[in-house]
Design a binder for this molecule. Structure first.
Ligand code: FAD
Length: 391
């Protein structure tokens, strides 16, 4: 089926850009392309998360920093997102004896923001939908696409298949990108994927008497040599605590009492704040999740397709820069579109040339920090610095 027989809103004469993936980067990218006047079609495998009761994501909240904000600003979304974020002026280091020491992120007044992932995604989808030249197509999972014709094959929830054509395919479909599959078949495409031995698990710290259980304007960190816990505040006055730990250590803890013993040894101050019963229960609610680092190059295929966000560079989360770098991808691409008059045959290679070294540097820095952390298990001061300086 040709795209033109599939269109859902009236189109203009502009080229059609298909954004595959309506996650954080895809939704923002849709705004960028729509703002330029392209006919934008977003294809997202999930149902519309704005109507879903439970939204599955890779973390409840995340840290938004300068590079991400710059991209949001460009499409007029910075204020909306910032007003729903909680400023974190410093890391608050929790030592084993319960002492808390703040380390500022920068000069007075500088901060990063804790934002709710689901809300951020919903806001960006709604912003994209406001453009009359943008369509959101949910429950459309990309199966494959043809590099010769550019035709994409999607499968719907009922199993029906749909073939759609676009002038440009923008792969924003995350770390396990289906768009990227075709790149793997190309000569001179470099690709590497590394799973780290650590996993992560999220726990909720409820409010106490309607107020945050800890000081809210900090990113709380419990550095503990080979593992650590962090906590970011949420608007409902809870904290989401994330425990990063080697999988084999997760696997050794199999009962509620073992969870409490473990916390008693390493995070004693967090036990009462999370609650004994909640800890025993929530620790086993979901298995620890894996973390993968993906690097590839080039980011484009001819003048037809380009990768952005985690599809191009999934990074381990120890720098808090994965989404921020993905947002910056959109901004950089947009700048190159200005410079090269939206000529895809020139813009795409230039985007690869400019962006690959920067994204690879972020992936390396994130991985370096993780490796250094393991290599210096006995140097508490070193670890302290590592976590403190980089997260
Ligand atoms: P995703 O968020 O993975 O979105 C991809 C979208 O594509 C999804 O909606 C998916 O449903 C859809 N999709 C997938 N396959 C298909 C298909 N075949 N067809 C159609 N649609 C498809 N980053 C930060 O900047 N700051 C942080 O503090 C931070 N904390 C993190 C904490 C953890 C524990 C983790 C795991 C990551 C963290 N990150 C952080 C990284 C951040 O989550 C990612 O970089 C970000 O989600 C990337 O966005 P994306 O849109 O590229 O990919």
């Amino acid at each position: 089926m040709d795209y033109s027989t599939n269109k859902r809103k009236s189109t203009n004469n502009k080229k059609v850009v298909a954004v595959v993936g309506g996650g954080l980067v895809g939704a923002l990218n849709a705004c960028f392309f729509a703002k330029r006047g392209f006919q934008v079609e977003v294809f997202e495998s999930r149902e519309d998360i704005r109507r879903a009761k439970i939204v599955k994501g890779r973390s409840i909240n995340l840290a938004l920093s300068h590079r991400g904000r710059q991209a949001l600003k460009h499409v007029g979304m910075e204020d909306t997102i910032v007003s729903n974020g909680i400023p974190m002026h410093s890391r608050m280091i929790h030592s084993l004896n319960g002492t808390q020491s703040p380390i500022p992120y920068g000069k007075k007044g500088q901060y990063i923001l804790s934002v709710d992932r689901a809300n951020l995604n919903k806001e960006l989808l709604s912003a994209a939908e406001m453009y009359p030249n943008a369509n959101l197509n949910f429950a459309h999972k990309l199966l494959d696409w043809n590099t010769e014709t550019g035709a994409m094959t999607f499968v719907r929830v009922d199993g029906a298949k749909e073939e759609i054509q676009a002038d440009l395919i923008v792969g924003c479909d995350g770390a396990f990108s289906a768009v990227r599959k075709q790149f793997l078949r190309q000569s001179r495409f470099n690709y590497s994927q590394t799973y780290i031995p650590h996993g992560y698990l999220e726990l909720t710290m409820p409010p106490v008497n309607g107020e945050f259980a800890m000081k809210p304007n900090h990113l709380h960190i419990w550095p503990r040599n080979t593992f650590m816990m962090i906590a970011l505040p949420n608007l409902d006055k809870t904290f989401t605590c994330t425990l990063f730990m080697p999988f084999d250590k997760f696997e050794k803890i199999t009962t509620g009492n073992q969870v409490i013993d473990f916390f008693q040894e390493y995070f004693p101050d967090a036990i009462q704040l999370i609650g004994v019963d909640a800890l025993k229960r929530d620790y086993f609610r979901l298995p620890a999740q894996a973390m993968v680092s993906v690097k590839c190059s080039p980011y484009h295929l001819g003048d037809k397709c380009v990768l952005m966000g985690d599809a191009a560079h999934a990074v381990v989360p120890f720098y808090g820069q994965g989404m921020n770098a993905g947002f910056e991808d959109c901004l950089v691409f947009n700048e190159i579109m200005d410079q090269l008059n939206e000529d895809f045959s020139a813009v795409l290679p230039e985007y690869t040339r400019i962006r690959v070294p920067d994204d690879h540097a972020i992936a390396d820095l994130a991985m370096y920090n993780y490796v250094e952390m393991r290599a210096h298990v006995n140097s508490k001061w070193f670890l302290f610095q590592k976590y403190v300086v980089n997260f």
